[in-house]
Design a protein around this ligand. Structure first.
Ligand code: ADP
Ligand code: MG
Length: 432
């Protein structure tokens, strides 16, 4: 019954590691988000346990619908007909915002505090001084979530705001479509008439010259009219290869902020938050366990949590540490296999441009001793090897030497921003 009503009408699109479920109406989108999404996610996590795709529910079909004002009541369900609307200034446009991504359920911590604070500012004061607002950072760190949160908040503040969210690939596809159907003028008019344009993952614009050109003009028109532009990318704008310089430099006109990988406490908080959202009781020790073992990004954390929840549902057991370990066995084995002591030594040696043999030697000069301490601290942080095992692997050192290194690094990192950065970079390299 549910299947025929809610699931069957959905169109499924796979984009990278995201599964887009396209619902014919926003009512259906709402309903699925509220009632079915946890189940769908759990099912998907069962099918692809190693790397469960993110599932998002959107409204709409092809270019016509995305790019043209189409009030909900006038749109035939699932149809692709274009409906002409006289009043362009209505909230009837397809904003593509996912109501599940809000500020309320965005967990803040050191890693994203600035980005979140700025995002709230932008939502409160669109077209203000943070324009464009550019969020960058690694995969699965909450960029898309924040972007939707801004859009949703803008709509809440002003239901008539013409806000549109688009993945950059979608923008490109829409443009190509518009060209093919001789609708490029409509396309331009539409995008240039917005109050806020949110374009996700602009690194996908790379080497698509015509799209960049069109985007450049849209972008300028919006900025000139004090309309808000929000962009995300996986790296700092200037470092996106294949983007025209004039675009890169414009991106820097407003505010550019990075989101970083979450710290342990934040990872725990995110897990507890996600569990609460799914209406699941997650014992703290299980949250600690997952957060300790998975440190890469939030998407992986969520993936692990979904797995545990699905496993508990299917076996009809409560979530315990035991069960979580069981559910995540394979996933963690892969992680552990990747991060070995040799791996850490090699990575640190490469990073500091030292031969590994120096790292393992008895030399005590600082340019060797610091990297060595760094490597030992990373070994403690990223593997489950004991202090004596780590000491052994580092040229037969005593476990107290390792303990000293771990403490020393912790202290130094809090005092020396460079070291802290090295540490985070190395973790990123080792866990990606
Ligand atoms: P990105 O766009 O940076 O790749 P996403 O925004 O898609 O990452 O985030 C991946 C998943 O992690 C989403 O389900 C999102 O809700 C969740 N997420 C990321 N950061 C946070 C956070 N700080 N609080 C709550 N959920 C988060
Ligand atoms: Mg994203």
């Amino acid at each position: 019954m549910q299947f025929f009503t809610w699931i069957r009408p959905l169109e499924v699109k796979e984009e990278g590691n995201t599964l887009r479920l396209i619902a014919p109406t926003s009512h259906m989108q709402d309903w699925i988000n509220r009632k079915l999404l946890p189940q769908i996610r759990a099912a998907v996590a069962q099918v692809k346990p190693q790397n469960p795709p993110e599932v998002v529910v959107e409204v709409g079909g092809d270019y016509n619908l995305a790019a043209e004002p189409a009030p909900q009541n006038a749109r035939p369900a699932g149809g692709a007909a274009v409906v002409e609307v006289e009043k362009p200034k209505t909230a009837g446009i397809r904003h593509n915002l996912n109501p599940a991504f809000t500020f309320e359920n965005f967990v803040e911590g050191k890693a994203n505090q600035l980005a979140a604070a700025a995002a709230r500012q932008v939502a409160e004061n669109p077209g203000g001084s943070y324009n464009p607002f550019f969020i960058y950072g690694g995969v699965g760190l909450g960029k898309t979530h924040l972007m939707h949160a801004i859009g949703n908040a803008m709509l809440k503040n002003n239901p008539d705001a013409r806000v549109v969210y688009l993945h950059s690939e979608r923008f490109v596809a829409d443009m190509v479509n518009a060209l093919r159907h001789n609708k490029i003028d409509q396309f331009k008019r539409f995008y240039r008439s917005l109050d806020a344009l949110l374009i996700d993952d602009i690194q996908f614009f790379a080497n698509k010259e015509q799209s960049q050109e069109e985007f450049f003009h849209t972008f300028n028109t919006l900025l000139e009219g004090n309309k808000q532009v929000i962009l995300t990318s996986d790296r700092f704008p200037k470092e996106v290869d294949g983007l025209e310089d004039r675009l890169k430099s414009r991106f820097g006109w407003g505010l550019t902020i990075q989101v970083e990988p979450p710290e342990f406490e934040m990872r725990v908080a995110i897990l507890l938050q996600k569990a609460a959202e799914a209406d699941v009781r997650l014992p703290e020790e299980v949250a600690f366990f997952i957060a300790k073992r998975l440190r890469g990004n939030v998407r992986d954390l969520e993936g692990a949590l979904k797995r545990v929840i699905a496993y508990a549902q299917f076996t009809q057991q409560p979530i315990t540490l035991e069960l979580a370990k069981d559910a995540l066995k394979d996933l963690l084995r892969i992680q552990e296999k990747r991060i070995t002591l040799e791996n850490i030594q090699k990575t640190v040696a490469d990073y500091y441009k030292l031969p590994i043999r120096e790292l393992l030697s008895k030399r005590r000069s600082r340019n060797v001793a610091r990297p060595r301490q760094m490597a030992m601290a990373l070994a403690k942080e990223l593997t489950s090897h004991s202090l004596p095992e780590i000491g052994d692997a580092f040229g037969g050192r005593d476990h107290t030497t390792v303990l000293h290194a771990v403490r020393q690094m912790k202290k130094l990192r809090s005092e020396d921003a460079r070291l802290e950065e090295d540490f985070n970079n190395l973790i990123k390299i080792l866990t990606n």
